[in-house]
Design a protein. Structure first.
Length: 143
């Protein structure tokens, strides 16, 4: 049963991981959440460290960390949610950030995901705002 399997997390640059993680972002953000395709790809991908979560041979999740300590594009394919894949991805990027000269991490959480980030130590701040038609709130984590 997949539910007891631990995901394997791979970290790398955009050229290294694009082929693995781009289909995840298309499925979750563009197809499921209806984010416009032209907003999904931006200039940050080339400067971010990317993480890919694999269950066996299949890539099921992704997230990215930019050099300023912003985490984003956190996505797990719908059938593989609620079994810790997202948490393992997030924790891997937090651990990676601790090896960098960063004092805190920041992210813009979709409001439904705020409890998920709170579970990993993030604190919400400021007002809810709209991005790509989805309500968000800034969250930070002191490293
Ligand atoms: C947000 C997201 C990445 C989380 O990924 P995930 O793999 O489901 O994350 P986890 O399994 O580690 O934790 C998610 C929740 O499942 C819960 N959970 C984990 N294992 C569980 C289990 N066996 N049974 C029930 N709940 C479980 C966790 O406690 C957590 O609950 P919470 O959200 O109430 O805090 C995923 O839901 C997603 O891709 N959503 C769509 C895209 C999106 O909104 N991304 C966030 C942008 S800010």
């Amino acid at each position: 049963v997949r539910g007891v399997e631990q995901p394997q997390i791979i970290i790398g640059t955009w050229p290294q991981l694009q082929a693995l993680v781009a289909p995840i972002r298309l499925a979750v953000f563009v197809e499921e959440q209806r984010v416009p395709l032209e907003l999904e790809w931006d200039e940050f991908d080339s400067i971010c460290i990317h993480a890919a979560a694999k269950l066996g041979a299949q890539t099921v999740g992704t997230a990215r960390l930019d050099p300023d300590g912003h985490i984003g594009r956190m996505a797990v394919l719908a059938p593989y949610r609620r079994r810790g894949v997202g948490g393992t991805l997030l924790q891997t990027l937090i651990d990676h950030a601790r090896t960098q000269a960063l004092e805190y991490l920041a992210l813009n959480a979709q409001t439904h995901a705020i409890p998920f980030y709170i579970r990993h130590g993030f604190v919400a701040e400021g007002a809810i705002f709209d991005d790509a038609g989805i309500p968000h709130r800034k969250m930070t984590l002191a490293l």
